[in-house]
Design a protein around this ligand. Structure first.
Ligand code: ADP
Ligand code: 5SP
Length: 473
């Protein structure tokens, strides 16, 4: 350890990659960073995350001079461990929809969509859909009973990485935090307790569960450094952005996500809004879609252009793309809960069969699906004064422009950065300080896109939204 400023590291083990930032614990200034890719697919062996983490850490100059580390990670992924601490099978990720039938069964068993939805929402803040861990465990019990029997502990991506960083192989050392625990479907943000009765109902047994570490507390040690509790990636992003009252965070990474930090837990029996916890002791109502930035990746592939050209093309077309509408359910959808849906293009005419109209329709379809998410979050009682737009696709000028046209509140785009990793770093600094609250880190350079309403865009999208074909089997 040097005599210089104390350094902290934040890690974002997200769907597509692992990112590491090393920051000054006192000021938050960025010192160095690294990144490594994850494999594609909705089923990934956790060893790939560990390898990517080490590669990203090496690119970031190592952790030897770092005093504290926290891990933010993609939520909900099912990591099953046997009694020796070995991984039982590749993790099923949040965007794996094979457990859609299990989700339906779990809701039916508590009384069907209305009564069952209310019962789940009241018990654990969420109504099961394929993304949540509890449904993946039901799927495992039904389809891979041998693997289910070997499962002595179940944890989430960030829990597993924190445990690996601690060097422990003892299941009793597994930890998680409120934000990620609240995405399992067997932990309640409202009461702060595991619902082992619901876990047993889903899985037929209660494997060992990680200890829930309080926000700002130390989870474990790592070669003389401290490990913070870590967080689900969306809670970490809110912490990295310093989101406060009136701020709604719209993140367009692999998932499209709308969240807000609130003082009371939310309960939505329709399941549109998940009643998660945040990373500071508050709550994080959240809407997530399966179709985020990859909708634009698909458009860029289709038009054989890069993202910058895609954005330029989209901005060449008028608002509304002449009536061309993309419903972006390219990977099925989670909100609305349509795991078997496919995307559709409506309003194709000779006039709209152009590259700019197609580019615009993809951008508008993506942003309109998130505008629906914003409406759902607002319906839980959040009053937004602005949207903070982050994630890979926030770099797109077309996305920013369309967001200002359809979201109905000013859109603030913070400077390009790794906000999940930053939130994890801020949490690490908090754990290091032992203080009651995270350190204040000043961030400058946010660019505002004023509201520029074009109501016809959402109205036209709403016409197309409910018309789609399901996947062929
Ligand atoms: N300029 C851009 N315009 C649109 N999408 C982009 C742009 N740059 C990156 N992306 C997309 O953003 C996604 C990565 O975003 P990120 O927030 O890192 O995702 P995740 O956290 O899910 O791994 C990729 O699908 C990538 O192609
Ligand atoms: O499922 C959710 C939230 O409920 C997703 O937001 C995952 O947490 C993955 O995030 P990204 O990799 O897209 O950032």
């Amino acid at each position: 350890m040097t005599d210089g400023p104390r350094l902290v590291a934040g890690i974002d083990s997200s769907t597509q990659s692992c990112k590491v930032v090393v920051r000054d614990a006192g000021t938050g200034a960025l010192v160095r960073q690294g990144r490594a890719s994850h494999p594609d697919g909705t089923e990934v062996h956790p060893d790939h995350w560990w390898a990517a983490l080490q590669e990203a850490v090496a690119e970031a100059g190592g952790l030897d001079d770092v005093s504290a580390v926290s891990v933010g990670g993609q939520q909900h992924g099912m990591v099953c461990l046997d009694e020796d601490g070995s991984v039982v099978r590749p993790a099923l990720l949040w965007n794996d929809t094979r457990s859609a039938g299990a989700a339906r069964d779990l809701v039916d068993e508590l009384g069907g969509p209305e009564e069952g939805g209310r019962a789940w929402a009241e018990a654990v803040g969420v109504v099961p859909v394929a993304s949540f861990t509890v449904t993946k465990l039901r799927w495992l019990a039904e389809h891979e009973p041998d693997n289910a029997r070997r499962t002595a502990a179940v944890c989430l991506p960030h829990d597993w990485l924190t445990w690996k960083l601690s060097g422990s192989t003892d299941l009793r050392d597994l930890t998680t935090d409120r934000s990620d625990a609240s995405g399992t479907g067997y932990w309640s943000a409202a009461t702060g307790d595991y619902r082992t009765d619901l876990l047993e109902r889903a899985f037929g047994a209660v494997p060992y569960l990680p200890r829930v570490v309080a926000p700002g507390a130390v989870a474990a040690g790592m070669n003389g450094a401290v490990l913070g509790a870590g967080a689900g990636d969306n809670a970490a992003a809110a912490l990295g952005l310093g989101a406060g009252e009136g701020d709604v965070v719209v993140s367009i990474g692999t998932s499209g996500v709308v969240t807000a930090v609130t003082g009371t837990p939310s309960i939505d029996p329709t399941g549109s809004v998940a009643g998660f916890a945040d990373a500071t002791g508050l709550f994080l109502p959240l809407v997530a879609t399966l179709n985020g930035a990859r909708v634009l990746d698909a458009a860029a592939r289709l038009l054989d252009v890069d993202h910058e050209t895609l954005s330029r093309l989209a901005l060449e077309a008028p608002s509304g793309a002449g009536g061309l509408v993309l419903v972006p359910y390219l990977e099925g959808e989670r909100t609305p809960n349509l795991p078997d849906a496919t995307g559709s293009l409506h309003g194709l005419t000779l006039a709209t069969a152009t590259r700019p109209a197609l580019a615009r329709a993809f951008v508008e379809g993506l942003v309109c699906s998130l505008a629906d998410g914003l409406d759902a979050v607002v319906a839980t009682g959040v009053t937004p004064s602005r949207v903070l737009l982050v994630g890979g696709a926030a770099a797109s000028e077309a996305v920013r422009t369309v967001a200002a046209e359809v979201l109905g509140v000013p859109v603030d785009v913070p400077p390009p950065g790794e906000y999940v990793a930053d939130g994890a770093a801020r949490q690490a600094a908090w754990a290091l300080s032992g203080a009651d609250a995270p350190p204040e880190w000043v961030r400058e350079g946010t660019r505002r896109y004023a509201v520029d309403p074009v109501p016809s865009v959402r109205a036209r999208y709403a016409e197309g939204r409910s018309r789609h074909l399901d996947k062929t089997t």
